[in-house]
Design a protein. Sequence first.
Length: 364
Amino acid sequence: MKEIKRTATTAIVTAMVVTLSFGLSFGGSVSAASPKPRIAILATGGTIAGAQPDTNQPGYKAGSVSVDAILAAVPGLSDIAEFDGEQVANIGSQDMNDAVWLKLARRINEIEAEGKVDGIVITHGTDTYEETAYFLNLMVKTDMPIVLVGSMRPSTAISADGPMNIYNGVVVATLPEARGRGVLAMMNDDLHYARRVTKTNTTHLDTMRSPNGGRAGTCDTGKCTLFGPTAKRHTTRSEFSLPPELTALPDVAIIYAHANLDDRLIKAAADAGAKGIVVAGVGDGNMTQPALDALADLAKKGVVVVRSSRVGSGIVKRNVEVDDDQLGFVAAMDLNPQKARILLQAALLTTSDPAEIQRVFTEY
């Protein structure tokens, strides 16, 4: 496998190297006598691959820089691993879709079957970073470390954060103790589990947080400490799989609850063919009476209704403010609406029974 050279080949890469020339090669170095771990780098685009017309302007275009240019901008990376970069997609993560998710998950399963690498790092935009991480956490069948990395600043920005996130992500992907932990997410020196991580700020570097369970670990210039593993099912312990003929996931809509919510958007989602509806409810997954009535009617017709919360943290439990047993609803537990949607899509591949889907939400 080829080693990425430290020499920058473009003006973009040169700017990034200057920004991060403060000594990344200190962390995670491997002696010349030791075989280097082999890491697959799968690139999907995003801000980490973005470029600006002017380095001191906020505007940029995501998915503008190739994976080879991104990797070449990380000093010391070839000292800790051998790797190949592969461009799976090159889009802003706001445009992430089923086709890319399925392609990415299947490629990871292929890499696992080939048995040639020790870990995988995925570069990804931060807007849907947590969703891709959780989808892969449910669908891929490997115990090897899989680490998503992103950035809040484009590759050409002053003090771009992408190279450090890549460096730390590669270090984590080489660690034997990172095996069997499911999909991980590295940002701003913090390591998170796919199920817990969420974006909490529109622009700050410390945007990724894990409000309901805490971090999976932390890194300081390639020196990483991992914390306790998650108890939830994932990857090789997951019951979910991707049939070869599958080209799209079941249609699930999210309805955002608010004061004076009526039934129009709920009915529109059902009329458009939604097989499930996740409610980003107020407080403990609650909503107006008109919304409850409309969703109860849909549940009787076979549409699966899941109650989550718009709050940002906490647990939506069954039968607290809403009688889920009577209405036939599912409680999302501590999954936020966007992750509840993904888990419901996965469950709908095999069942539409609310009781069975509630089991899934308890175990995953």
